[in-house]
Design a binder for this molecule. Sequence first.
Ligand code: PRP
Ligand code: URA
Length: 204
Amino acid sequence: MLHVLEHPLAAHLITLLRDETTKPAHFRTLAYQVSLLLALEATRDLPVRSVEIRTPLESLQSPVLSQPLVIIPILRAGLGMVQPFTDLFPDVSVGYIGMERDHQTARPRSYYCKLPRLSGQRLLVVDPMLATGGSAVAALTAIKEQGGSDLRLLCIVSSPEGVSAVHASHPDVAIFTAAHDRGLDARKYILPGLGDFGDRLYGT
Ligand code: PRP
Ligand code: URA
């Protein structure tokens, strides 16, 4: 299942992210803002339970979140999407998966994996760019091998190739994206895309 954010503010923020004149400090703010919109969209169906509270006027049964969240950024660019989750959700833990695409082959290499307890948790994997899908597929496989099952993937920009690759290997994982782009170039960069997200985020 592919969910594309349909919101004029999301479209506005994506335009600024794509603009090559946007500097890293502004780019980081925009990444935060788009990720916040994605966070809201991907958590619409979080379970709640009722608790009894008193307002200044009366008592009532009122909902509170009932399932903790685990956010798993794919390093390094995924780090630019974490803060809205830790700002918004009271009960959140963060796991890390390090993946780096080889510049020649575009194949991912795993270099780090540190995950909290996964079973019974709602797991949100965040990586701003879904290009060939190699990094996301490998990360989702690693998470499932450690017991994760209730998984969603959130990316700021996706390609048709990346979405197909994730759907083929992990049909149970819904994908939330702010922009679904045209395709990949010969170097496996997304078109029109926004370039190398990690480099633009960190000014490298
Ligand atoms: C980027 C991006 C994804 C990956 C997407 O990371 O953040 O992880 O490429 O490409 P794919 O879908 O073809 O695998 P990169 O490997 O450049 O590393 P970085 O986050 O450290 O910059
Ligand atoms: N990684 C990026 O940062 N950008 C792309 O377009 C593809 C992979």
